[in-house]
Design a protein around this ligand. Structure first.
Ligand code: HEM
Length: 130
């Protein structure tokens, strides 16, 4: 059986999608500010390992757990939606086979709670400053 990982072209294919995605995110009018001063190579590298693992590759993610990685950011559901939508665009534009595309987007959506949940503290702090 072909895994989504194989269908997408293995580690190189996953990395190409994430490189294109993060090029857009860093310059994005809606969420770009969240990435100011951040290490793009590190985020793409860590996320490549994370994504390969859930698509069926043998890579292992050794970065911070997702709640911890995002805890200091004032992330709102709309920020998550924006990244998810751009991911969908990039997957389509790069001609990733439909099954692999859907598998990736399904897992991505399932991570919403892990990414946003831990940011409540940061959102409170941001509101407090306004
Ligand atoms: C399912 C969705 C997401 C996944 C799988 C994901 C994954 C990751 C990973 C693996 C890292 C690196 C952790 C480390 O360095 O140890 C990271 C960092 C980061 N992510 Fe996400 N992320 C997601 C959603 C988002 C969203 C929606 C945003 C903002 C729009 C975002 C912004 C960031 C930023 C700014 C960092 C760098 C944090 C820092 O170094 O201080 N992420 N993410």
């Amino acid at each position: 059986m072909t895994t989504p990982y194989e269908a997408i072209g293995g580690e190189a294919g996953v990395r190409a999608v994430l490189t294109a995605l993060y090029d857009r995110l860093f310059d994005d009018p809606i969420v770009g500010f969240l990435f100011e001063g951040k290490d793009r190579e590190r985020i793409v590298g860590q996320q490549t390992a994370f994504t390969c693992a859930f698509l069926g590759g043998s890579e292992r993610y050794t970065g911070k757990p997702l709640p911890e990685a995002h805890a200091a950011l004032p992330l709102l559901p709309g920020h998550f939606d924006r990244r998810h939508w751009l991911l969908k665009q990039v997957l389509e534009e790069r001609g990733v086979p439909e099954e692999a595309r859907e598998a990736w987007l399904r897992v991505d959506e399932g991570l919403r709670g892990s990414v946003l949940g831990a940011g409540e503290g940061a959102r409170e702090r941001t509101r407090g400053q306004g």
